[in-house]
Design a protein around this ligand. Structure first.
Ligand code: NI
Length: 254
């Protein structure tokens, strides 16, 4: 009898909880539906025009995640350049943008460029390895290729005290089976405006922003004035369309 009562009590409680859950679902669903429709309806244009969150640290609640801006990454190969990289860093700082730099060892050691690398690190940019001599690694033995990366790793470690976790081989090529052996992530790209052949700011911008999509990784080179000017205009255009620029690891961590 007592057992039955208890069962009855539990059954009653269970029905109550089910009813509450249903009410909760009914209340919650339309909110979700509205938010999804809102962001889907905005298409590729100005997606979310909420508070300006540039430079704010990543993370936050699930609620914020739903309203997150579409994200893209700017990546720069072949630097640093004593002349053009500081111009780029100034412009990125003004705009609250963090980028990813794939550095060439022999460019780090010349012209006092170590200071530029330190500045990149201090300003929150992500540093990656682009070999020491900007060589085609696939033309080298695996030992030589590892040495090319190790030399640049050592330079970056000396300057920042941090290990380099990302790599982009020149010409996109590794010796056979080397990529799997590395303890680094090979960061490829999805948008290549061929800035180094064009040397034309307007055309680089046009090629980079046309058909851009969320999660794209743009490839540029910070050793040309036209590329640096284009990069900053690309930021202005795409920030205006609601995109947020993040470092490549943040994009790939999704
Ligand atoms: Ni390169």
């Amino acid at each position: 009898m007592e057992t039955d009562k208890k069962r009855g009590g539990r059954g009653h409680l269970k029905r109550w909880m089910q009813a509450l859950a249903l009410v909760y679902v009914l209340m919650f669903l339309p909110v979700h539906g509205f938010r999804e429709a809102e962001s889907a309806g905005a298409g590729g244009g100005s997606l979310y025009t909420g508070a300006d969150t540039d430079c704010s640290p990543a993370g936050g609640t699930e609620e914020k995640g739903e309203q997150q801006k579409p994200r893209i990454a700017l990546t720069f190969d072949d630097g640093p350049s004593a002349v053009y990289t500081p111009m780029l860093l100034d412009g990125l700082k003004e705009r609250g943008v963090r980028a990813t730099f794939f550095l060439v060892g022999e460019n780090i050691v010349k012209d006092g460029n170590q200071r530029i690398v330190r500045r990149m690190y201090d300003e929150g940019h992500l540093l990656g390895n682009h070999t020491y001599h900007h060589v085609d690694l696939s033309a080298l033995s695996k030992e030589e290729a590892h040495e090319e990366l190790a030399m640049t790793d050592a330079l970056i470690r000396e300057i920042t005290g941090r290990e380099t976790e990302i790599v982009r081989p020149p010409f996109g090529a590794f010796p056979d089976r080397m990529e799997e052996e590395l303890d680094k992530l090979y960061v490829k790209w999805t948008v290549d405006p061929l800035d180094w052949t064009l040397r034309n700011t307007d055309e680089i911008v046009r090629r980079a922003v046309t058909d851009i999509e969320e999660n794209d990784i743009i490839l540029l080179h910070d050793c040309y004035e036209s590329s640096v000017k284009a990069a900053l205009r690309i930021v202005d255009v795409l920030q205006g369309k609601g995109y947020e620029f993040v470092t490549a690891d943040e994009l790939l961590a999704e």
